[in-house]
Design a protein around this ligand. Structure first.
Ligand code: CA
Length: 359
């Protein structure tokens, strides 16, 4: 209907007055609290949570206001899952692999070593049944997850000493979450999980010998380049890391349908914005490391032998980890099947293209 016709029809309502649309009638306002696992120094991750709250506020015209708290402001970094499960807060923003102790299946929803890249992850969530499996996994905790944005392919991380062979991984104390951590553990590494905001002091004091986080932009925000010298790539352990916006089921179900839809649209929008921000900012930070920190920081590819061995180890570790729960088995099967399906297409397009334009 043409706008002019619509206006005329509205103004010629039965009683000759403009009728109020149902959508603007008196509506209940909701106040939510969102806690993240991020320190405020992580401007992209914490900024994405703040962006989410802003977008929801704008789209709902103030009917759903979300107050955002960084790690430790209200809830410790790794306490957010329980806080939302218990209903202390209505939602959190973190990464599902932090909850491996609750249910091993959660790890695949963040990243799988030698698994899918960001495009593949989103294809799996929305077209390959990944999000349905994530919802099924979280239903046991009365939580509802949504993909919150991807960091892109990560860096392998920071090492205090040069990594020459598999022998160097033995006895090393390395900070890494999720399935990648399980692979290092199999290689003889002592794996620790430290929240982002606590990595620098642990690395500087020698409590750990190395750590991965995300990529040049975030890692520099955390100061990791001032605590270790060798920076390895690629992020074989996290090729398409994706975060989560997760809601308390009761709080979510209390919302009218339009506000529920707004949460979904906001999560999708923030996903796109977060990847864009990382892609643009990582290369700026990488250039800074290469120029201003030349001589202090060495950026190196993992030795081919180490990559080959970790890849072999990863197959066994993933199969073993998948056997730890029926849900993990189901998720692992879905993920690996989907990856096998889409890999030929990614190879013919992305793979071939990147080889062509390289250098
Ligand atoms: Ca990481």
């Amino acid at each position: 209907m043409q706008r002019r016709t619509l206006i005329r029809n509205l103004s010629l309502g039965a009683a000759g007055v403009v009728l109020a649309a149902p959508a603007v009638q008196a509506q209940k306002k909701y106040r939510w609290r969102l806690a993240t696992s991020w320190t405020p120094a992580l401007d992209v991750l914490q900024g994405n949570a703040v962006r989410f709250a802003k977008v929801v506020d704008e789209m709902s015209e103030g009917r759903l206001k979300i107050q955002v708290y960084a790690a430790g402001e209200l809830i410790p970094a790794f306490g957010v899952f329980d806080a939302v499960l218990q209903g202390t807060l209505q939602m959190f923003n973190a990464a599902a692999y932090y909850w491996a102790g609750k249910e091993p299946a959660t790890q695949w929803f963040t990243a799988m070593p030698f698994g899918l890249n960001p495009r593949g992850m989103y294809a799996w969530y929305y077209q390959g049944g990944g999000l349905k499996l994530w919802e099924e996994t979280y239903a046991a905790f009365d939580l509802i997850p949504r993909p919150a944005g991807t960091t892109g392919n990560q860096m392998g991380g920071w090492f205090k000493n040069k990594l020459e062979s598999m022998a160097d991984l033995q006895g090393l104390k390395f900070r890494i979450p999720g399935l990648g951590g399980k692979v290092y553990a199999e290689a003889g590494t002592t794996v620790v999980l430290t929240p982002g905001g606590e990595i620098f002091p642990a690395l500087e004091r020698g409590v750990i010998d190395g750590s991965e986080w995300v990529g040049p932009h975030d890692d520099m925000k955390l100061g990791l380049h001032n605590a270790a010298s060798y920076y390895y790539y690629p992020g074989w352990h996290e090729p398409g890391t994706t975060g989560e916006f997760t809601f308390n089921r009761k709080a979510y179900e209390e919302l009218p349908a339009d506000l529920k839809a707004i949460l979904d649209y906001a999560a999708s929008y923030c996903s796109e914005q977060m990847l864009a921000e990382y892609e643009a900012k990582n290369v700026v930070a990488l250039n800074t490391l290469r120029t201003r920190y030349q001589g202090q920081v060495e950026i190196l590819p993992f030795p081919a032998e180490v990559m080959g061995n970790l890849r072999t180890l990863a197959r066994d570790v993933l199969a073993e980890e998948a056997n730890r729960s029926p849900m993990a088995k189901k998720v692992h099967e879905s993920f690996t099947k989907f990856q096998a399906q889409i890999s030929p297409w990614a190879e013919m397009t992305d793979g071939a293209y990147h080889r062509l334009v390289r250098g």
